[in-house]
Design a protein around this ligand. Structure first.
Ligand code: GCO
Ligand code: MG
Length: 407
C-alpha cells in the first residue's frame, strides 16, 4: 500500500484549519490536522513544496520510518512549522492504517481501558457577573470541570481591558487588516489580585458542584508564579496551567517546592525531547502536549507511556486552534492509555459538525466515542471549498512601558 497523493486543504471557518489528506494506491484516504495558528501558509508550503513529492511512493504502513525521516532525515530537526506538518501526515497515516485494518485507532493502540473521558471546557466572562452566569450554565449542562478566565477593566484607566487568556473566538482570530486590535495591554500584578478575588467567589458559589482549572498562559515571573500558587492553593484547583514560560521550564522545580497545587504544563513544547527533564524529574502532575504540533499520534503514544512510568497523567492540549480531526485522534489515545487524566474540549465545535463529522459525543460532561475505523472523522471537502483561507492572528500583549509581554 503506497502513498499516491498528498493534499493540504486550507480553510477558514471561525478559525483557520489546515487539513492533510493522504490517498493510497489502493484507494484509502486518511485525514490529519496540521494547523499552526497564524503560520498556516508556512506549514502548507512544507507539505506542498517539500514533503509531498518526497512521500509519494513510500509505504503508507511504515509510519515510524516516515516520522523519523521527516524529523531527523532533513538534518534540521524541530521547529513548530516542521513538527506541525509532520503531525498532519502522521495522523493521516494512522487513519489509513486503522481503515485498512477496519479497526478504530483505539483498538490498534491496545483497546479501550475506560468507557468515557472526563473533559473540561472553557468559561470566559467579560466581567464577574457574566463569568458566574456562564459557570452556572455549564454546570447545568453537566460539565464537571471548568477552566475559568475573565477580562478586567484597568483600575488606573491606563488602557482598555486586559485580554485574559480565553477561547473567545473574537480575540483568537484577528484579521490582518485590523492590526491595532492585535495589541492588548497586560499587568501581572492586577491580574494576580483579580484572579485570587474571582477564584474565591467562584469557589464559594460552585466549589461543591464543579472542579476548577485556570491557565496562566506563561505570563508570570517565577516569584509571581510562586506567590500566585500559594495564594490560590486553598481553592483546590484541579490544576494550574502554565504558571511560567516554557523557555524557562527548569523553574518548574522551584514552583513545586513551594506549592502542593497540581501543575499542568507543556502545550508550547513542540519537541518531544523537551519533555525529558519535566517527566524524569516529576516537575508536573499533567503533561499537555498538543497532537497537532508535537508530531502527531506517534510521539504522543511514546510520551504518554514515558509519563506513565513516573505516575504523571495526561491532559492533552485541546483548544479550538486545532481541528476536530486532532480532537478525535487524541481521544483514541486517551481511551487506550492507563494514565489519562482529563481532556480539554471545545464546546463550540458543534458549528463544524457538517464539515468534520467526528466519532465523538459529549454526554453529561464526559466524552464518548463511536467505533469507526481509523480516526473516524468524515470530512466534507465540498463545504470546505466555500470557506477560503483568511489570514488571522492572536493578539500581542504589551506592558505599561510598551514592551512585549508573553501572550
Ligand atoms: C489552552 C491554550 C489556549 C490558547 C490557544 C492559543 O490551554 O487551551 O492555552 O487557551 O489560547 O491555544 O490560540
Ligand atoms: Mg493553555
Amino acid at each position: 500500500m503506497k502513498i499516491k497523493k498528498i493534499e493540504s486543504i486550507l480553510t477558514s471557518f471561525n478559525r483557520n484549519y489546515l487539513t492533510i489528506k493522504i490517498i493510497t494506491d489502493n484507494g484509502l484516504i486518511g485525514y490529519g490536522d496540521a494547523t499552526l495558528n497564524g503560520r498556516e501558509l508556512a506549514v502548507k508550503s512544507i507539505i506542498d513544496d517539500y514533503l509531498s513529492n518526497f512521500l509519494k511512493g513510500k509505504e503508507a504502513d511504515r509510519i515510524e520510518d516516515i516520522w523519523q525521516m521527516i524529523f531527523r532525515g532533513t538534518y534540521w530537526r524541530n521547529g513548530p512549522v516542521l513538527t506541525t506538518a509532520l503531525s498532519g501526515i502522521d495522523m493521516a497515516l494512522w487513519d489509513i492504517k486503522g481503515k485498512k485494518a477496519n479497526m478504530p485507532l483505539y483498538s490498534l493502540l491496545g483497546g479501550k481501558c475506560r468507557n468515557k473521558l472526563k473533559i473540561y471546557v472553557h468559561v470566559h466572562g467579560r466581567n464577574e457577573n457574566e463569568l458566574l452566569e456562564r459557570c452556572k450554565k455549564n454546570i447545568n449542562n453537566g460539565y464537571k470541570v471548568l477552566r475559568y478566565s475573565f477580562d478586567t477593566v484597568d483600575p488606573n484607566d491606563r488602557e482598555t481591558i486586559y485580554c485574559q487568556p480565553h477561547q473567545d473566538l473574537a480575540i483568537s482570530k484577528i484579521e490582518e487588516s485590523d492590526i491595532k486590535k492585535i495589541q492588548g495591554y497586560w499587568d501581572s500584578e492586577v491580574y494576580i489580585k483579580e484572579l485570587i478575588r474571582i477564584t474565591k467567589i467562584i469557589h464559594q458559589s460552585f466549589g461543591n458542584k464543579v472542579e476548577l482549572i485556570h491557565d496562566v498562559h506563561s505570563r508570570l515571573s517565577l516569584s509571581q508564579a510562586i506567590r500566585l500558587s500559594r495564594q490560590i492553593e486553598e481553592y483546590n484547583l484541579f490544576f494550574l496551567e502554565d504558571p511560567i514560560d516554557p523557555l524557562n521550564k527548569e523553574a518548574l522545580e522551584n514552583i513545586r517546592y513551594h506549592t502542593t497545587l497540581p501543575i499542568a504544563f507543556g502545550e508550547l513544547l513542540t519537541n518531544l525531547y523537551d519533555y525529558k527533564i519535566i517527566i524524569a524529574n516529576r516537575l508536573v502532575d499533567y503533561i499537555r502536549p498538543d497532537i497537532s504540533h508535537i508530531g502527531g499520534i506517534t510521539p504522543l503514544i511514546k510520551l504518554s507511556a514515558f509519563a506513565e512510568l513516573y505516575g504523571i497523567q495526561t491532559a492533552f492540549h485541546g483548544p479550538s486552534d486545532i481541528s476536530p480531526i486532532a480532537h478525535s485522534a487524541m481521544s483514541h489515545i486517551n481511551f487506550s492509555i492507563p494514565n489519562f487524566g482529563i481532556q480539554e474540549y471545545v464546546e463550540n465545535f458543534d458549528y463544524l459538525s457538517d464539515v468534520f463529522k467526528t466519532p465523538l459525543k459529549v454526554k453529561d460532561g464526559y466524552l464518548e466515542i463511536l467505533p469507526k475505523p481509523g480516526i473516524g472523522v468524515e470530512v466534507n471537502e465540498e463545504i470546505m471549498k466555500e470557506y477560503p483561507y483568511k489570514k488571522a492572528f492572536l493578539p500581542i500583549l504589551r506592558d505599561e512601558m510598551g514592551a512585549i509581554h508573553n501572550w
